[in-house]
Design a binder for this molecule. Sequence first.
Ligand SMILES: Nc1ncnc2c1ncn2[C@@H]1O[C@H](COP(=O)(O)OP(=O)(O)OP(=O)(O)O)[C@@H](O)[C@H]1O
Ligand SMILES: [Mg+2]
Length: 405
Amino acid sequence: MATMLSITGITKNFGVESSRRLRGRGVEVAPRALALDGVDLEVTKGQFHTLLGPSGCGKTTLLRSIAGLERPDRGTISLAGTPIFCSERRINVVPDRRGLGMVFQSYAIWPHMNVFKNVAFPLGVTRVDGRRMPRAEQRARVLEALEVVGLGPYADRPATNLSGGQQQRLAVARALVTRPSLVLLDEPLSNLDAKLRESMRFELKRLQRETGVTMVYVTHDQSEALALSDVVTVMSAGNIVQSGTPREVYDRPASLFVAQFVGSPNLLPGTVGSGGGATSRVECVLGAVAVAAANGAARPGARVQVLMRPEDLTITGAEEKGANGDGANGFDGVVAATAFEGERVRHHVEVAGVTVECHSERHRAFPAGARVRLTIAPEHVRLVPEEGAPDPGTREAGALTGADA
Ligand SMILES: Nc1ncnc2c1ncn2[C@@H]1O[C@H](COP(=O)(O)OP(=O)(O)OP(=O)(O)O)[C@@H](O)[C@H]1O
Ligand SMILES: [Mg+2]
């Protein structure tokens, strides 16, 4: 696969700038605020690549660095093999000449222009061989871009008379109109209500597939990242901590941080026991848990986190045994809290002094106080490398929100 975007060693420390500024005024400050700490990233042509991470981890700074709106301290950014930024060679191509489309977190729509003029704007400022694009061609391009996002009939409307979802699509049309090879999107769906956000996800994915454009998409919403992406890159504090397909990141988190950030898992510290063959045994507070050998490093004596996704656990009444097949792990517990969420029911179950979360389909709800059994097949238990594990007892029992089922 051809590489569209290649980033190496991108570092950005806002503290250097601000401390210089402040020192000029006689104020002494330590240079910190390292927004990007030597980031490497590779995006292949036609890929939907998502940057996922908590607030302040550097997502917008990275996107703005790619667009040329932020100047990194160090590193190289190349587009289709051509450097557009290189600190060593003092290359820094201006944003207009990078040939990228960008959708900002706030759509940045021009309120005094109608829909057509909003989309036409980037064409008006783009020069090809020093010349402006002829009007007739501009018009054809704008109408085509509006058609792609389903806004064809709205060309003459004032932009402010559009709904939130339509404005979002307008911002996408404006990013596509110059036919860029790469479009950067910074949380474009964050201002929409849940239902619209969901339908726009499908629209965006369809659009990306139909146009074949490469997209780098920023979000802090893990379900959005999993639903949309070919590749998810998880960031934490200016670093990339894991990059992989949605399934890889979800099923094989490389660290405790990724496991916690992607999904709402049950994580329990444990120690790998001796054994071998198809399953290994891990000792944790729930007792000995059988884990398929393929699901994580199983060196005897290794400290690990045992990960059991709430949707992989099956909940049954205490007396109904044998769910999840022979050889499944089983834990007896008492329901502490239950929340009915429409398509599923969430249970918090007290097992051996810890709270285990379990999701079940909507017709299988157990009330608080019910004695239940949780089962999970060894192939659904994952091991995550240990690193500063949280205290399993810190989660409050009964902390579920929503009406009791
Ligand atoms: N212009 C700036 N001056 C100083 N610090 C900045 C500036 N822009 C960003 N930062 C800092 O850099 C870090 C990364 O910010 P960034 O906006 O990239 O985060 P983000 O991942 O996009 O977060 P969010 O999800 O909240 O949008 C933060 O600590 C932020 O406070
Ligand atoms: Mg941001």
